[in-house]
Design a binder for this molecule. Structure first.
Ligand code: URP
Ligand code: ZN
Ligand code: ZN
Length: 456
């Protein structure tokens, strides 16, 4: 089946141009002016932007954490992703403590296969370094897992500096890459104890026990471990100016560092933790916490200069009912917020339409760079001959108001409730199949993506 997108503006990471796009089955066959329509269904794209399907390289679907499970599993999470223009997610496979990477991978395939409506891959969490895990890394690459994640905080998943060093040396051999959750665990624990001893239990304690400088400390330490291991690393969900300064210093030493941030750190500020209504603030509990307006500005600037390469969501959704588990203990509020359904329109609204980012910059951050960083380019991340026909048709003239009640995520709230978007996603195509038409989802079957090595 051939499909011709006629008269739109095609956006790549390098620029924009008026062009038609011809699909042949699941792939892009041609991009150019006045392409022939014979035998093709025609999609009128006059006035529309054609963007490569977004990649969300940071989701947590069907994750057991804090004695509960995320509201979104692969079925609802992937449908929410598609609705937000995301055609590929890379979720964090997470072995149970003490289990092998193979067990973790099997578990994540059980959760995702046959349920995921968009294309998907997995990063693998490394929460320990021992001979078994060391011997499994090669197999992970054979399974198309070419990126990993390590946590410098969270008792259930955290890994020490020595283990990080050994893991990085192994990944170096493979030309592999790992993302890191950077926060200083020990001092956070001490600050939590102090707050509790003082009988202070408001949601406002959350940002105060996890301040920006304790994130920056862990980023700085990671930079030095990576320097010793002589390997590039990724800092995920980067939130603040001091963390960026540590990354800048490492780059000045000649180190290669990739940086991800998320919409919540670009569009929201820490006043969300000071709301009168406990639940209204608890909705925003995530780690690292949402920071100050000055940090937002620093992140937007860093996106413009190329210091930050990707914007993912860290979609980790819990309902308000689940958040209530922390009513009497702020550390028991399940950490994480939803975002996979709103990222594209938020970044267009707060970034492109607000003059903070160019359209090619948005495509680099949401599509091209994650495709390159996580070994999926040029199959994903670009509208070009031979690429998968993952396309977002964006109408820059439309708008709508974000309401959780209209969303397909199983989370019952949105951190962006009431925001009026600039522009709107008109259609989403997944490998040549219309997946979303003006908000209406159609049945699609996602494919597991065996990823290659980092090429950014
Ligand atoms: O609070 C958050 N971000 N939860 C998700 C897990 C993580 O740290 O990425
Ligand atoms: Zn994290
Ligand atoms: Zn995360």
């Amino acid at each position: 089946m051939k499909t011709l997108f006629r008269g739109g503006t095609v956006v790549t990471g390098h620029g924009t141009r008026r062009a038609d796009v011809l699909l042949d089955g699941e792939t892009v066959a041609a991009v150019g002016r006045d392409l022939p329509a014979e035998g093709a269904r025609v999609v009128d794209c006059a006035g529309k932007l054609l963007l490569p399907g977004f990649i969300d390289a940071h989701t947590h679907f069907d994750l057991d954490v804090c004695n509960t499970t995320t509201a979104d599993d692969f079925a609802s999470g992937s449908r929410a992703a598609l609705r937000g223009g995301t055609t590929t997610v890379v979720d964090f496979a997470c072995p149970n403590k003490g289990e092998t990477l193979h067990q973790g991978l099997r578990l994540w395939h059980e959760k995702a296969d046959g349920k995921c409506a968009c294309d998907y891959g997995f990063h693998m969490t490394i929460d320990d370094w021992n001979p078994t895990i060391a011997s499994e890394i090669d197999d992970m690459y054979d399974e198309g897992i070419t990126s990993f994640k390590m946590y410098m905080t969270y008792p259930a998943m955290m890994i020490g500096d020595e283990a990080i060093y050994h893991a990085l040396r192994k990944l170096r051999e493979k030309g592999g890459i790992s993302g890191f959750h950077c926060e200083n665990s020990g001092v956070i624990d001490a600050l939590v104890s102090e707050r509790k001893a003082a009988g202070d239990n408001g949601v406002w304690c959350h940002p105060r026990v996890r301040p920006d400088y304790l994130e920056a400390e862990a980023v700085g330490r990671l930079m030095r471990i990576a320097q010793a291991a002589d390997v590039p690393v990724i800092v995920v969900h980067t939130t603040n100016a001091q963390a960026l300064a540590e990354i800048r210093a490492a780059r000045r030493r000649g180190q290669k560092v990739y940086v991800e941030t998320c919409p919540q750190y670009l569009c929201l500020d820490d006043s969300v933790y000071d709301k009168e209504d406990w639940l209204e603030s608890a909705k925003y509990v995530c780690s690292p916490p949402i920071r100050k307006k000055a940090d937002q500005d620093a992140l937007w600037r860093a996106l413009r200069t190329g210091e930050v390469q990707t914007i993912s969501t860290d979609h980790c959704s819990f309902t308000t009912q689940q958040k209530l588990a922390g009513r009497d203990d702020f550390t028991a509020i399940p950490g994480g917020i939803p975002g996979v359904e709103t990222r594209g329109e938020l970044i267009y609204t707060y970034g492109v339409a607000a003059g903070r980012m160019t359209l090619p910059g948005m495509v680099r951050a949401l599509s091209e760079n994650p495709a390159k960083l996580y070994g999926m380019f040029p199959c994903k991340g670009v509208i070009a001959p031979g690429a998968d026909a993952d396309i977002v048709v964006y109408d820059p003239e439309a708008h709508h108001v974000l309401h959780a009640a209209d969303m397909v995520s199983r989370c019952d709230y949105s951190p962006y409730e009431g925001v009026t978007t600039k522009g709107s996603i008109a259609q989403v195509w997944l490998r040549g199949t219309l997946a979303v038409d003006h908000g209406q989802l159609r049945p699609t079957v996602g494919k597991y993506i065996r990823r290659g090595k980092c090429a950014l």
